[in-house]
Design a protein around this ligand. Sequence first.
Ligand SMILES: *Cc1c(COP(=O)(O)O)cnc(C)c1O
Length: 419
Amino acid sequence: MKRPFVDAQTLRSIASEYPTPFHLYDERGIRENARRLHQAFAWNPGFKEYFAVKATPNPAILEILREEGCGVDCATLTELMLAEAVGFAGHEIMFSSNMTPFEDFQLAHKLGAIINLDDLTDVEYFQRLPSIPETVCLRYNPGGNFRLTNEIMDTPGEAKYGLTRTQLTEAVTQLLQLGVGKFGLHAFLASNVTSNDYYPTLAKMLFEVVRDLQAETGARFTFVNLSGGIGVPYLPGQEPADISRIGAGVEQAFQDILVPEGLGHLAIMTELGRFMLAPYGHLIATAIRHKNIHKNYIGLDACAANLMRPAMYGSYHHITVAGKEDHPCDHIYDVVGGLCENNDKFAINRHLPRIEQGDLVVIHDTGAHGFSMGYNYNGKLRSAEVLLRMDGSTKLIRRAETPADYFATLELPIPSSRT
Ligand SMILES: *Cc1c(COP(=O)(O)O)cnc(C)c1O
């Protein structure tokens, strides 16, 4: 059974201070999970997690992760600017972009980030930078299907990312000539995988490619970047990934493949987003409408503009009602927002306790790829983000948008009815 990280009484008092809807984050959960990750990879002295900023681009969250020893993984100019503003610098920043504008490379270079090249043509861009970085990462795309114990997990052959195996050799050769001294290898082959085999399988593949590339080109590899992709149990009863077993599985592959080749110095890096944050965020909304037609609807003051995953991917997000966590789920509802778009449904045919107008509805596992995928369709405004701190106090870490924000990019007076 999934329970919110905050009890109903606390939640009501938070909601009396910050109007719904808002995203609420649990500092304790974030820190404890980050410590479990570091524990699982403690066998690798160079281990570093680069939190994927796109998952939760909030400075207060990035600061917490920084205190826990994490760096950041950025993909765009503004993500780099955010990282810089929070105080990340140099090799605390991984820049894993694709179809990259030159301007973005310039800023990544200026900040001293590790640049993760996504294509052979990026090497040409590289030569236009003020200097050639000492360290470069390369993103690998093996093509075909990616399987775990015979189940097809994803189809890299259809993915726009990375270099082919032959292009890797070509890129390393060219970069060596340009004076690059240290290399890393990266791949991201499947998303939201709770199987404990994903990282170990990916690691084995990357370790073998590093071994072969080093033998072919003489290049010195110093790290392997396993990227993101570890999943979280969105469904009640779903088995979570066991990070200590995952760490041990990667260590086994490391011992089997790298250590015998004299490559035991390689650092393991990760770019987890979802695993670091998803379970530690809730979208808090108020039930504002009941509607009974061919089906029974609960209308929330939140909508897909606050959490796009159900509309975009049909994703399951667990829902509880504050104070009714243990009530029988003897009603069937579609829980919806107010967009003029029929996929604006947080849940379809969901068994829930009876919901009254004014009930606080908790949508679970929204801490990653939640707020950040928000948009302004129908003129809906982005919500606030609130941090529930270790000591039980709360902090507004992003204010809600106002109509003035919505009108900010237009040369239009704001209608006086709302000023
Ligand atoms: C999105 C992304 C991540 C994070 O993925 P999660 O599924 O949130 O772990 C990491 N690296 C890159 C390059 C990404 O695009």
